[in-house]
Structure formats: structure tokens, C-alpha cells
Design a protein around this ligand. Structure first.
Ligand code: NDP
Ligand code: 8X3
Length: 254
């Protein structure tokens, strides 16, 4: 399936950042978008921008299993044959060392990045398998592979996403359904404002002078993976800004 051929793509977390950019990119490529998120006003604005024929808004919290199931099992007839699921909704909360973190923040990350992704995937996957085609694109992170101080549970959730992506590939063997794990590094979106509890100044300092990835870069990466011919499965894509690389492993000396 070529990205330029169009189809139906369901994007979680389409109200900001990567998800909103991916919605715009796929709409420009002729796709119809099922856009999800918790902020109805943002969804309304996206529909106004892309057009009601091209964009179906679904307002739910991915942590709410019943709400996810209800929304996705009752899609209007014309929107049921979802070709691509972009499991993008997610967040990091805090950057404190593990012994000082908020347990509530940890649970919110697990509930959103792991359980939320599972709720949506489980709802849409059977239809893809029945139709013999489909593509699940998961938003992992470089933090699923590389550890840094303060990434603790966030990194753990993204390691889950990477390994779940591999497990999906194994389970979907022979079904024609593809799976791709996208693993971005530093990217400027609302991510850090959320991570720092709404502290926009702290978030702006993190990105200052960094030439971070932009949401459009990730949208283009997703569009490329989806545009590959049906016999090609891109399993993982790690993408960092040129300004970001690897650091030494620290040794504490007594
Ligand atoms: P943003 O904060 O800009 O966007 C996050 C999106 O997720 C929003 O649309 C938000 O919508 C949605 N979301 C969050 N929680 C929930 C929830 N409980 N239910 C439904 N939707 C939810 O972040 P990014 O675009 O940067 O991040 C997107 C994904 O990419 C995340 O999974 C993130 O972990 C990952 N990522 C981000 C990187 C970065 O540096 N920015 C790097 C690597 C990976 P709403 O608030 O309306 O519900
Ligand atoms: C977030 C990537 O580099 O900002 O998933 O921690 S980074």
C-alpha cells in the first residue's frame, strides 16, 4: 500500500506533536484520518482544517479500556476498514531519579504508554487480520534502548513498546499485517511541557539551540515506512537529531 494511494489511518494522540503532524501529512497524501485524543477542541480544529470527509474525530482517553472499545467497535461503516494504526498517544512525566519519583506519575506512564497502546491495538488488530492487510506503527523512543538518568519508567514503557512490536511481528506472521516501531530522539513538541508539569520555560530551555527533530520529521518517517511496498516490513527506525548522540557511561569512584 503506497502512502500516496490513501486509505484509512487511525492516529492516537492527534491533538498535538507527532500525531497532529502525521494527521496533516497523511491527509495531504490523500488518506482519511481517524484522529483521537482527549482534547475535543483540538480535534474540532483538526476537522475544520482537514474537512469532515477526511477526518473523523474520536475523543477518548486511551487508558479507559471501555471507552476505547466502545469508540472503535462502533466506527461508522465507511470508517471501519482501518489500514494503518499509528499508536502515538503517550507521555513522559518527570525527570527525577527513581527514589524521588512520584508513584502516581509512574502509573500514569504505564497506563498510557503500555496499557493504552494495548487497548487500541487489541480493538483494531482483528479487522486487519481478517482483511489480510494492515500496518501497526508504534511510537517507541530511543529511551527504549538507551538509558539516561531520569528516564526510568518512561524508558521502561518504551522498551515494552519495542518488544511488543517484535512480538506482534511474530504473532502476525503470514497475515499480511505489518508492524513498525519508530524510535525518535529529542523532538520538539508539547512532550517536555507535559513532562515538566506545564513548565514551558523549562521545556523551552531544553530545546534552545538544539535543532531538535520536528514533528514533521517523524510524520515523514512514518509516511515512508507505510509507503513501502506491501512485501516490505520496516521493523524499526531509530532517528535522532544530528545534534544528539551517545555519551560515556559514568563510573562513580569512591
Ligand atoms: P505531545 O505531548 O506533543 O503529544 C502527545 C499526544 O498524546 C497528544 O495528542 C495527547 O492528546 C496524547 N495523549 C497523551 N495522553 C493521552 C491519553 N491518556 N489518552 C489519549 N491521548 C493521550 O508529545 P509527542 O508528539 O512528542 O509524543 C508522541 C509520542 O512520541 C509519545 O508516545 C512519546 O512518548 C513519543 N516520543 C516523543 C519524543 C519527543 O522527544 N517528543 C521522542 C520519542 C518518542 P490529549 O492531551 O489531547 O489527550
Ligand atoms: C523521548 C526522547 O531523547 O527526549 O522519548 O528522551 S528523549
Amino acid at each position: 500500500q503506497s502512502a500516496s494511494c490513501g486509505g484509512i489511518v487511525c492516529i492516537t494522540g492527534a491533538t498535538a506533536g507527532f500525531g497532529a503532524a502525521t494527521a496533516r501529512r497523511f491527509a495531504a497524501d490523500g488518506w482519511r484520518i481517524i484522529a483521537t485524543g482527549r482534547r475535543q477542541d483540538r480535534l474540532d480544529a483538526l476537522v475544520a482544517e482537514l474537512g469532515a470527509d477526511s477526518c473523523l474525530p474520536l475523543c477518548f482517553d486511551v487508558r479507559d479500556a471501555a471507552a476505547v472499545q466502545n469508540a472503535l467497535e462502533n466506527l461508522p461503516e465507511a470508517w471501519r476498514a482501518v489500514d494503518v494504526l499509528v499508536n502515538n498517544a503517550g507521555l513522559a512525566l518527570g525527570l527525577e531519579p527513581a527514589h524521588r519519583c512520584s508513584l502516581d506519575d509512574w502509573m500514569t506512564m504505564v497506563d498510557t504508554n503500555i496499557k493504552g497502546l494495548l487497548h487500541v491495538t487489541r480493538a483494531l488488530l482483528p479487522g486487519m487480520v481478517e482483511r489480510g492487510r494492515g500496518h501497526v506503527v508504534n511510537l517507541g523512543s530511543i529511551t527504549g534502548t538507551y538509558a539516561y538518568p531520569g528516564a526510568n519508567v518512561y524508558g521502561g514503557t518504551k522498551a515494552f513498546v519495542m518488544q511488543f512490536s517484535r512480538g506482534l511481528r511474530a504473532d502476525l506472521h503470514g497475515t499480511g499485517v505489518r508492524v513498525t516501531n519508530i524510535e525518535p530522539g529529542l523532538a520538539e513538541s508539547e512532550f517536555s511541557v507535559v513532562r515538566f508539569g506545564g513548565d514551558a520555560d523549562r521545556a523551552a530551555k531544553l530545546y534552545a539551540g538544539a535543532s531538535a527533530l520536528r514533528p514533521e520529521d517523524i510524520a515523514a518517517t512514518i509516511a515512508w515506512a507505510v509507503s513501502c511496498p506491501a512485501h516490505v516490513n520496516v521493523s524499526r527506525i531509530e532517528v535522532m537529531p544530528t545534534s544528539q548522540s551517545f555519551g560515556a557511561l559514568p563510573v562513580h569512584r569512591a
